[in-house]
Each structure stands twice: as structure tokens, then as C-alpha cells.
Design a protein around this ligand. Structure first.
Ligand SMILES: Cc1cc2nc3c(=O)[nH]c(=O)nc-3n(C[C@H](O)[C@H](O)[C@H](O)COP(=O)(O)OP(=O)(O)OC[C@H]3O[C@@H](n4cnc5c(N)ncnc54)[C@H](O)[C@@H]3O)c2cc1C
Length: 385
């Protein structure tokens, strides 16, 4: 028989919920972490083997947060006794005049992110398997690498439980009753807590509807494509092929990771997908992103076959400005929301969890949260509150 009263309930055991629960437990809060599916699962946004971590960003505020992220990822590695990060560097590449490329370049320069600059000659010697077009700029953020995603979730959950935290999976939240004590009703029970944190990924608005709030979030299906090396190992992690992000080749960025989790297959994705409902994900059959990627692979990565060998599925929950939501509920201050991670939130998990924990405890957050406030959607909000 599980207990019914907690200091905090966290809804959603993706990367953000796991790290929020981890920080709550470190702050000696009795915490219940709920997920609708049996863990681990592949129906949200945090599953799969790998994610990119990098300091190169288009905005200073993300680069600033990354400093602490690296420290906290390393701390979790020590606590859990597992390796979660492998440094590869990330190649940032795009037309030198492209606005995105310039934003990346300016941010790394302003923040003294360690980089390796490559002349066209050096580029062709270092990365002969990548086409460099005339007029393209390049640099490598040497701090970047691969995070082992599934392993990271297990590690954060394990530390949380070792600190007394409770995980109940396969338990869908059906109702939230706000109040000075929040009441959460699941398919299996009724729980009460002083504070509630909602980190429900693509289902954020479904949960928030119980609190009379809707955020301008768009859920999109991402086709996670793996591309076969013509010569095995050419783009491999063992041969020091870096992660990469390409700007200016299509409407949205294209990014990739060296072959690693599936030997001989390189993961390359388009940074946008087609609109879906989270429970209807597999009915969305649009292949536009796959076609964009096929053209990109033909044009820029001649050592890969231009048809994907494996296609998996994931979802982004995208805000209008592609920045996160990290805030209190506008009416119920003991409900805290982490949402809209817009396809780039994994690397921030340890710091997002820390911030959501600080908000939940009524502490002054460690970061300026103005880019992440719900208030920025003011116009959209008025009609939905
Ligand atoms: C293909 C792909 C590639 C990516 N690459 C990168 C990358 O390289 N670097 C990077 O930093 N980020 C990357 N991201 C983004 C990153 O993975 C996401 O931002 C992050 O995983 C979002 O986590 P989350 O915890 O918000 O959501 P989720 O992982 O979706 O977790 C939400 C959880 O809430 C649960 N839930 C929902 N409703 C209920 C309910 N009613 N009751 C109980 N539980 C509920 C769900 O079951 C789910 O487990 C990528 C994402 C995708 C899809």
C-alpha cells in the first residue's frame, strides 16, 4: 500500500521529471514521481540511446546554463557509477552569411567557448567525408559530445530512489485539483502534496487543462533516421567523427551524431517535424523531414547511403519562440511547470531539474528565467485562461 501524502509530486518521468525528482530528494523533500507508462518507454521525448550536448548555442543564456550542466552530468556519473558522456566535439557549419550560423559563431566567441577553427584546406584533411560548399563557415565546439540518454534516465531514477524517492509507473494522472494542498488522482489512487511539478512533455496541455491553463505548444513527430555508412566506420565515434549541426541547408537545422549505438549507422535528424497529437503519433505518416534529410545526405555526406536504414520515432513539444517554459502556474503558485523543450532540452536536464526544484521550494532561482516565463505568451494566454 503506497503512502498518499508527499511534499512534492512530479508528473512525468522523462528527463526533466527525473531530474526534478532527483533534486527534490536531494533537498530532503518526500517526492512521488508518476508516469503513465511502464518505465522505460519509448512513447515520449526522452527515450533512445543518444543526445547531443554542446555549449555552442545561438543565445548566451543557454551557453551560460551549459556550464553548470556539464558539472551536474559529471556529478550524476560519479553518484551512479556509470559513464553518461563521451566527448566528440560538434562541427557547426553553414553559409557564412547565414543568420543562424552567425548567431552560433558570435555566442561562442562572446563566451569564450573552446573551439577549433578550420580553414577549407584543414577541413578537407580533417573531415574528407563531409562536403564543404564554397562560402560556408565552420568551427568545432570542442566541449560537445554524446550523452547516453536511456542510461542517464536510469541513473537519475536510481539516485532518486536511493534517496528515498518513490517512482510509480504505469499510473496515469487523470485529474489535478489545485489548492494549498494539491490533489492528484491517478488510475490507481489519490495523492496529496504541498507542491506539484508538471513535466509531462507532449502531454503538458492535457495535464494543464485540469488547471484551466493552456500553453501555445505544438507537438510534432520526429522521424529519427539512421543512415548506413558505405564503408563501415567512416563516420564513427571510434574514428573521431564529431557530432554536427548544419544551418542554411533547409528551413530548419539538420543535426547528426557519429555512428555509435547501431554500428555502421549514423543518426541524422531534421530539427522540425509534422504536427501530431501525442497519442496519435503513429498515425502521422508525413515524410517531409525524411525527404529533406535524403537531399542533405546526398549533397553533403557522400559516404552515406541516401535512404534511411532505420527510422525510429520521437516527439518535440515546440513553443512559438523555441525557448522552454520554466515557471510557476500563473494562478496556482504551488504548481510549477517545465514544458516546451522544443527539441533541445535533454542536455539541460540537470539544470532544468534544479530550477524547477528551486521554484517548487519557493527559492530564488539560480538563473534569470525571463526567457522562459509564461508571461511572454501573454496575448495567446488571455484567450485560453
Ligand atoms: C529525435 C529527438 C532528438 C533530440 N535530440 C536532442 C539532443 O541532441 N540534445 C538535446 O539536448 N535534446 C534533444 N532532444 C530533446 C529532448 O530529448 C527533449 O527536450 C526532452 O527529452 C524532453 O523531456 P520531457 O521530460 O519534457 O518530456 P518526456 O520525455 O516526453 O516526458 C514526459 C513524461 O510525462 C509522462 N506523462 C504524460 N502525461 C502523463 C499523465 N497523464 N500521467 C502520468 N505521466 C504522464 C509521459 O509518459 C512521459 O514519460 C531531442 C528530442 C528528439 C525527439
Amino acid at each position: 500500500m503506497s503512502r498518499q501524502n508527499y511534499d512534492c509530486i512530479v508528473i512525468g518521468a522523462g528527463v526533466q521529471g527525473c531530474f526534478t525528482a532527483y533534486h527534490m530528494a536531494k533537498n530532503k523533500q518526500s517526492t512521488l514521481l508518476l508516469d503513465q507508462f511502464l518505465l522505460p518507454h519509448s512513447r515520449g521525448s526522452s527515450h533512445g540511446q543518444t543526445r547531443i550536448i554542446r555549449k555552442a548555442y545561438e543565445q548566451d543564456f543557454y551557453t551560460h546554463m551549459m556550464e553548470e550542466c556539464y558539472t551536474l552530468w559529471a556529478q550524476l556519473e560519479r553518484e551512479a557509477g556509470v559513464s553518461l558522456f563521451r566527448r566528440t566535439g560538434i562541427l557547426v557549419k553553414g553559409p557564412a552569411e547565414d543568420q543562424d550560423f552567425q548567431l552560433f559563431r558570435d555566442t561562442v566567441q562572446r563566451n569564450a567557448v573552446p573551439t577549433e577553427e578550420l580553414t577549407p584546406d584543414q577541413f578537407s584533411r580533417r573531415l574528407p567525408q563531409v562536403t564543404l560548399r564554397s562560402g560556408e563557415g565552420t568551427f568545432i565546439d570542442t566541449t560537445a559530445g554524446v550523452l547516453y540518454a536511456d542510461r542517464a534516465l536510469r541513473a537519475a531514477q536510481g539516485v532518486f530512489q536511493s534517496l528515498g524517492g518513490v517512482i510509480q509507473d504505469g499510473e496515469k494522472v487523470l485529474n489535478i485539483q489545485p489548492g494549498s494542498t494539491v490533489t492528484v488522482t491517478t488510475a490507481c489512487g489519490v495523492y496529496k502534496a504541498k507542491t506539484l511539478v508538471i513535466t509531462a512533455g507532449p502531454w503538458a496541455n492535457t495535464l494543464l487543462s485540469h488547471t484551466d491553463l493552456q500553453l501555445p505548444l505544438e507537438v510534432v513527430k520526429i522521424n529519427v533516421c539512421y543512415w548506413k555508412e558505405r564503408v563501415p566506420g567512416t563516420y564513427g565515434i571510434e574514428t573521431h567523427f564529431p557530432c554536427f549541426v548544419q544551418t542554411g541547408a533547409a528551413q530548419y537545422q539538420i543535426y547528426g551524431l557519429p555512428s555509435n549505438e547501431y554500428p555502421g549507422l549514423v543518426k541524422i535528424c531534421y530539427h522540425m517535424g509534422s504536427k501530431t497529437e501525442p497519442d496519435e503519433r503513429d498515425r502521422q505518416k508525413d515524410q517531409t523531414d525524411v525527404h529533406v534529410l535524403s537531399h542533405f545526405v546526398s549533397d553533403y555526406l557522400p559516404g552515406l547511403e541516401p535512404e534511411p536504414a532505420v527510422v525510429e520515432t520521437c516527439m518535440y513539444t515546440v513553443t512559438p519562440d523555441h525557448h522552454f517554459v520554466l515557471d510557476y502556474h500563473p494562478i496556482h503558485r504551488n504548481i510549477v511547470i517545465g514544458a516546451g523543450f522544443s527539441g533541445h532540452g535533454f542536455k539541460f536536464g540537470p539544470v532544468v531539474g534544479k530550477i524547477l526544484c528551486e521554484l517548487s521550494l519557493g527559492q530564488i532561482p539560480s538563473y534569470d528565467l525571463s526567457p522562459f516565463k509564461i508571461q511572454r505568451f501573454h496575448k495567446n494566454l488571455r484567450s485560453s485562461l
